[in-house]
Ligand binder design. Structure first.
Ligand SMILES: Cc1ncc(COP(=O)(O)O)c(C=O)c1O
Length: 423
């Protein structure tokens, strides 16, 4: 028997074994969903008390304004102060949004498209408007730029954040108007940008005056462990570098309190902040400030938010650790996948063998486990290597996650063997 024939026989035997294990799982009739990073019901319940809060007549009057009524479009001063403390930005440059920071991001891109930043032509009258997209990244960021018909260029992620050599080169093109960033515990790979990356980001000299850094600090307080991973303050670094209008900093309490009743924030340089507030004034006369008060009262201050997040961490950490333990045990040393080991955030990123991600997701689906679609972490859902899969541990209970991940590991190996055999 030649070496290649022997190898083929071994592979066929391995495939048979995996196929048997796969069929046994299928027979269990699983129906599990690990597609999106939603908080579990136990996490949601941590904020139940917020709904029973009552206020006095006095509480409703802030700086002479009745917060139950119209007005105060920029948000309640206490809520602006809270995000100012959490994000390290001046409170007067913070605009409080509704329950969704994505809404603020959409509005910012819409403003660039319809009205223009810094007195520049709106993008709807410019050709080839382009956003830089660190990959793997957040699908809903890419969906916003896709909605407006903008070009997107993939920027590979490194362990320090986006490849800054490529970013520095590409911003010399005046068509490049923005970069999407999740700087802390990035979705999906959990990376926190290094100080060097943040400094290089702030020091960028884009050819386009209307270039902005869309800094989505969604996981600013979402540590899984007591020790946080520090992130340098982009707002301050941009000030120091003489680019005060470049950062657009977003965050929200969507995964802190109820996702549907949270508040969000955007901070921007003085001119950009004014423009954002002006654009908002055409959409509404004021947001729900009673809910803003509810959030502020629930936490008291930034330390109160951090203390609350420790309760979330206690619920999330065992889920992340259970998944990592199974990945280590089932796939470790087999050369069929590599995965991230996040210290915070909501996701684990797995790179399976090139050309196998779609097959793995499909095998899991047929086996009763829904995962985020392969390709979702790339613009236009196109992962050139067909390799990245995002795992969302937060929603299912640990026992379900364990089952789902055991099936996942079988599928990763099965797809790898199928690939080897086809070669
Ligand atoms: C990076 C990132 N930004 C924003 C969001 C959504 O935020 P919000 O609920 O405030 O719109 C998510 C949710 O998964 C996310 O991962």
């Amino acid at each position: 028997m030649t070496g290649s024939v022997a190898n083929k026989e071994t592979l066929l035997q391995k495939k048979q074994e995996l196929q048997r294990a796969y069929e046994a799982f299928k027979a269990q009739g699983l129906s599990l969903n690990m597609a999106r990073g939603k908080p579990s019901v136990e996490q949601i319940r941590l904020s139940d008390a917020m709904q029973n809060m009552t206020f006095t007549e006095e509480d409703y009057f802030v700086n002479g304004n009745d917060i139950r009524s119209y007005g105060m479009l920029e948000g309640l001063p206490q809520a602006r102060k809270l995000f100012s403390d959490l994000l390290g930005v001046p409170a007067e440059n913070v605009l409080i949004g509704t329950n969704s920071s994505l809404n603020l991001m959409f509005d910012a891109v819409a403003m660039g498209y319809t009205k223009g930043f810094s007195g520049c032509e709106p993008w709807c009258r410019q050709e080839n408007v382009t956003f830089l997209c660190p990959v793997p990244g957040y699908d809903r960021h890419f969906a916003i730029t896709e909605y407006f018909g903008l070009n997107m260029v993939n920027i590979p992620m490194t362990e320090d954040g986006p490849d800054m050599d490529q970013v520095e080169e590409l911003v010399k093109n005046p068509c490049v108007k923005g970069i999407w960033c999740v700087p802390k515990y990035a979705n999906p790979d959990g990376t926190t940008y290094s100080d060097e990356t943040v400094r290089r980001m702030a020091a960028l000299s884009p050819a386009a005056k209307d270039f902005r850094i869309y800094w989505d600090n969604a996981y600013a307080v979402h540590d899984l462990y007591d020790e946080t991973t520090p992130l340098l303050n982009l707002y301050e670094e941009c000030q120091k570098a003489g680019h005060p209008e470049m950062p657009l900093i977003f965050s929200s309490f969507a995964k802190v309190v109820y996702p549907s009743s949270s508040i969000s924030a955007v901070a921007a340089g003085p001119q950009t902040f004014k423009a954002l507030l002006d654009a908002a004034s055409y959409q509404m006369i004021g947001r729900d400030k009673v809910n803003q008060l509810r959030c502020v009262r629930f936490f008291g201050d930034a330390d109160g938010v951090k203390a609350h997040m420790k309760k979330h961490a206690a619920l999330l950490r065992p889920k992340f650790e259970a998944i990592l333990a199974i990945l280590d045990e089932e796939l470790g040393g087999k050369n069929v996948a590599r995965w991230s080991r996040p210290r915070g955030g909501y996701f684990i990123s797995v790179d399976v063998m090139p050309g196998c991600a779609k097959r793995v997701v499909e095998l899991c689906r047929q086996g009763g486990v829904t995962l985020t679609g392969a390709g979702a972490t790339f613009p236009f859902h196109k992962d050139p290597a067909d390799s990245n899969i995002r795992i969302a541990p937060s929603l299912p209970p640990v026992e379900e996650l364990v089952k789902a991940m055991e099936l996942f590991c079988i599928c990763v190996q099965l797809a790898a063997v199928e690939k080897e055999l086809s070669e």
